[in-house]
Write a protein that binds this ligand. Structure first.
Ligand code: DGL
Length: 271
């Protein structure tokens, strides 16, 4: 039994898709979320910059004495998970391993598609994890640098001609490879699930990395005896590095419910 909160971070609001699942399957846990909204998107940045940002994000969350840190960001998970794990004496979870496990389990034809930010695709992290779990798996990867901006600007609904056109162009090569599983390798992408699903067709299973990560975190906390077993709902605190003005409206879309809990702006460069 451990009553400390779970710290979760992302470059922006995408990580809230993981918070949504964490809150659904572990409602009694306290969650502290940090979205680095002043520096989003992370996906086109160099490894050095991403490691620096990841360290600051984790250092900020550590001020709340969390029992674990969840990197609810494909870009940081593929680039700086090993650094954060080595530098922190609490469990640090990323999205790659749980997403690779789910995909290896789901694929029937051994052909898996992967979409993510430039940094995530460049890292080769998903391919490495999948190759161990499903030797010989055929991965067709595609960097989709415009998708995070579309989502952060609220352009993800079916019928949005810009979003549909961009998705179709990015996914053409993945579809042509006849994958039966598609990893949405960035926590922003579940918002585009309807558009992506419609383009790929009903026979392709979409793997949501934030959702898979949340389930993995629950399992690991249970194994380590770190769950909060009290009755009643946990508290949620949200922190962002840019103005909180538009946060609630957009965040409630990612969360699938109204934002319950405090929202505060912090200066992440101070960490
Ligand atoms: N949600 C982040 C990810 O999973 C977005 C990356 C970005 O900021 O470019 O990769």
């Amino acid at each position: 039994m451990d009553r400390r909160p779970i710290g979760v971070f992302d470059s922006g609001l995408g990580g809230l898709t993981a918070v949504r699942e964490l809150a659904r399957i572990m409602p009694e846990e306290d969650l502290i979320y940090f979205g680095d909204t002043s520096r989003v998107p992370y996906g086109g940045r160099s490894r050095d910059t991403l490691v620096k940002y990841a360290r600051q994000d984790a250092a900020f969350l550590r001020t709340f004495n969390p029992k674990a840190i969840v990197i609810a960001c494909g870009t940081v998970s593929t680039t700086a998970l090993d650094v954060l794990q080595a530098e922190n004496d609490i469990p640090v979870f990323g999205v790659v391993e749980p997403a690779a496990r789910a995909s290896a389990h789901v694929t029937r034809n051994g052909k898996v598609g992967l979409i993510g930010t430039k940094a995530s695709i460049r890292s080769g992290a998903y391919e490495r994890a999948l190759d161990v779990l499903h030797p010989g798996v055929d991965v067709t990867a595609k960097a989709c640098p415009l998708l995070v901006s579309l989502v952060e600007n609220g352009r993800f609904r079916p019928g949005d001609i810009v979003a549909e056109t961009v998705v179709a162009e990015y996914l053409a090569s993945v579809k042509a490879a006849e994958v039966d599983t598609l990893i949405l390798g960035c926590t922003h992408y579940p918002l585009l699930r309807d558009i992506i699903g419609a383009y790929m067709g009903p026979d392709v299973t979409l793997v949501d990395v934030g959702e898979q990560c949340a389930r993995w975190v629950k399992q690991q906390l249970e194994l380590d005896g770190l769950r909060n077993e009290r009755a009643g709902a946990g508290r949620r605190h949200y922190y962002v590095s840019d103005s909180t003005e538009d946060f609630s409206a957009l965040a409630s879309i990612f969360l699938g419910e109204d934002v319950a809990g405090e929202v505060e702006q912090i200066d992440i460069t101070a960490y």
